[in-house]
Design a protein around this ligand. Sequence first.
Ligand SMILES: *Cc1c(COP(=O)(O)O)cnc(C)c1O
Length: 400
Amino acid sequence: MTNPTFAPATALVHGGVRRSQFAETAEALYLTSGFVYESAEEAEATFEGTADHYQYSRFANPTLSVLETRLALLEGAEACRVTASGMAAVHAALFAGLKSGERVVASRALFGGCHWIVSTLLPKYGIETEFVDGTNLDGWAAALSRPTALVLLETPSNPMLEIIDLPAVARLAHGAGAIVVVDNVFATPLLQKPLALGADVVVYSATKHIDGQGRVLGGAVLGRKEWVEGTLHPFLRNTGGTLSPFNAWVLLKGLETLSLRVPAAERTAARIADFLAARAEVARVWYPFRADHPHERLARAQMLGGGTVVSFAVKGGKRTAFAVLNALRLIAIANNLGDAKSLATHPATTTHLKIGAAERARLGITDSVIRLSVGLEDAADLEADLGEALAAGWRERAAA
Ligand SMILES: *Cc1c(COP(=O)(O)O)cnc(C)c1O
């Protein structure tokens, strides 16, 4: 069931399955903290590493193993470890191998928690960090003209959906001696394969499309076997950012439908981007596969689809954007994404509040911007909801 030549849809349903003696159809849920040994000798052999036996669920668990195998098959990675959340995955991917005195270069347009780790946490441990504009290759080249241990980037970025040239940045990073860690949440494992484009490590918040139904938190780190087993695994097993077997089981159920959900949401997202761009109340739309996206060619070169998130700016400021959000009936105001339910948020006052006005200005996150995570509803129903909300925002602006 782990044949690497299976197409994604097949691997997502069967990948990694290891049936117990009861021959269950669905993946077994091993909700256990520990495992018993036949004898003291078997326990000793297990701890010596000469017996193949589970020890403790902080180290490894059969339900987590199935999820890790399935994710590795999907990604085309040699190995995977899953974690309690996406931030546990990013934290582990960075801290597992970094040492004080080393240097990290990151794209500025990062998820809030990742931005905080780079700007605030790493420097506390004597790790020098520098942010660059991820879309500016000269900026990357300048920052990577000095020896660097690790590069962290996110493409497409949240919420402005900037696209970073993965092969070009990977070349520069490797020239500086750095490993390249890509946060691939917005592209999903189906629409972009960072390892094939030069990255060394891929991280996910499985909370997003992999669960896809807003139920559990989870994360994953994927890369070469030697790094995952030799560097990442000892860090994870001794620091404890372990995923619950129950959450792993929920994520396995999520993966079974990923190849149906992501293309469906993406088709609707592309249609809604066009719908929004044609509306008089909308100043601008950002969607990676639209002809007016500044990096459309690059997006099409390194992604298989434009993704499930659309950002747009209303004509007007915060009051208008709030009026639009408050008038939505079907689409919920929520800062999560990658859910079956369509969710809208005002990044400047929620997800990107803490980075401050100056950093928001640098990233182009104005008070007019709304981020829309497109779900699985009927496209016409979503358009009707957005149309009425935009009209309400327009009336608010006219009255102001
Ligand atoms: C949500 C998210 C994270 C963090 O994941 P959690 O599961 O919330 O910890 C990291 N990066 C990106 C791009 C995300 O969207």
